[in-house]
Design a protein around this ligand. Structure first.
Ligand code: GAP
Length: 421
């Protein structure tokens, strides 16, 4: 029994090793400070990695900010007055237990300013506080009525005792967070809003192409909840190394606004024009780790199979997140007629789809393999029939390897339909 389990574990390690090696080989993600031997818990994104990550962030922005009329996007600083972290409870409570039983605060402290003027502060361990401290600014400049949310994408830092599992637990990562403020007098409405935001989180995961069967809802028991939370639902995902937290949603009540009110002496209440009542709003917080989403997407997409009798490695990325949507190839690179036609089609597709790549190096088979490895859903090949006979191109599907002839004038709408499927 034990042997079987060990074997399974080894297989999972191999999947992670292969994925990390593909990410490096193909320019997705590199070890941080690699030429100096690396720095534990840091990873750098290359061109394809940033492409994938930007697609994830843009889908999030679309769903949670652009397509709604109740969200205010902000971009607060990473460095904040240390009193923010005292008030929020992070200075006293943001700790992890050490092996010897002592507690270790996982905030990175830093010194701001020079000499006697120098002040201690911290790199933010969550983006959330940058929104709570700007709550009054949003009220004063936009006069929103409840419910409304603040949204932010940005870096967060935690001095994790043992960073591990590639992008899963790092010391520098990116969060996408929403602080959604609600009327505390209507408990039923708060429950409904919590559930609606949770459902929206699930729809967002579907936008990324994550499979439902790999996603698990965990109602976090009171003892395991963060100090500020009255209810938390974690979303866990089947990573190669096991089922782990991907993102979460917490009912933070008025904990943060009240804490900042007490500590700063600034009034952070809200005046309800309708009932002429003043109160401190409650907050529901959907939170997402960008890097964990990148890892979830990549680990689900990674696969090995054989196509046409040849072994291949591929990323079955959803077109919505694939960093390259279409690749364009002239059958041969030394034939001027093919190259100029391929360039013309490349420019046309690039205008429409942006993330289009041109490749004329190596055999067609090799070019297909390269695109499979970076998850490009469709390859378009220009051959002699294109220029001499029928003005059609070959469109090859990454997942099936099947090829279809498509007339150039129908190519954009054909690919639009395919990419939307
Ligand atoms: N504002 C709430 C908050 O920060 P959290 O559960 O501590 O809650 C939110 O973090 C999300 O940030 C997590 O669900 C995870 O996706 C991501 N995250 C947290 N620590 C991380 C780490 N060390 N490396 C990568 N992502 C991390």
């Amino acid at each position: 029994m034990k042997k079987k389990e060990e074997k399974k574990k080894e297989e999972k390690n191999v999947v992670m090793e292969n994925l990390i090696s593909l990410c490096k080989r193909r320019g997705f993600i590199f070890q941080g400070s690699e030429i100096y031997g690396g720095l534990a818990g840091t990873w750098d994104y290359g061109p394809l990695g940033t492409g994938l990550k930007d697609n994830i962030k843009n889908l999030w922005l679309k769903r949670f900010v652009i397509d709604r009329n109740d969200m205010f996007k902000v971009d607060a600083t990473i460095l904040m007055n240390q009193n923010v972290w005292k008030a929020s409870g992070h200075v006293s409570g943001f700790t992890d237990p050490m092996a010897d039983g002592s507690k270790f605060n996982t905030m990175f402290s830093t010194s701001i300013g020079a000499g006697k003027e120098a002040m201690t502060s911290y790199l933010r361990p969550e983006t959330a506080q940058g929104m709570f401290v700007n709550f009054k600014n949003i009220i004063d400049s936009f006069h929103p009525t409840l419910p409304f949310g603040m949204a932010q994408i940005g870096k967060a830092f935690r001095n994790e005792i043992s960073p591990r599992d590639f992008l899963f637990r790092t010391r520098e990562f990116e969060q996408m967070e929403i602080e959604y403020f609600v009327d505390p007098r209507n408990e039923q409405k708060i429950i409904e809003t919590f559930d609606a935001l949770y459902s929206e989180q699930m729809r967002f995961l579907a936008d990324l192409g994550l499979e439902k069967s790999r996603i698990h809802k965990i109602e976090v028991p009171a003892d395991d909840r963060a100090h500020y939370s009255k209810r938390s639902v974690d979303t866990e995902f089947d990573f190669p190394f096991g089922q782990r937290e991907l993102l979460g949603i917490a009912y933070r009540t008025d904990y943060d606004l009240k804490a900042h009110m007490d500590a700063s002496g600034v009034d952070l209440s809200y005046f309800d024009e309708e009932t002429k009542q003043r109160f401190v709003p409650h907050c529901i917080e959907p939170t997402f780790g960008v890097d964990r989403l990148v890892l979830a997407v990549l680990s689900q997409a990674y696969g090995e199979d054989s196509l046409g009798g040849e072994k291949r490695v591929y990323l079955k990325l959803s077109p919505s997140v694939a960093p390259v949507k279409i690749a364009v190839f002239p059958l041969q690179k030394n034939k001027e007629v093919l190259v100029s036609k391929a360039q013309e089609i490349y420019k046309m597709l690039r205008k429409q789809f942006e993330a289009v790549l041109y490749d004329d190096t190596g055999s067609i088979g090799k070019r297909y393999r390269r695109q499979d490895e970076i998850g490009t859903p469709y390859c378009v090949t220009i051959d002699f029939d294109t220029v001499e006979k029928d003005d059609s191109v070959t469109v090859r599907d990454r997942d099936t390897g099947e090829q279809e002839r498509v007339v150039v004038k129908d190519l954009i709408s054909y690919l639009e339909n395919k990419l939307e499927d």
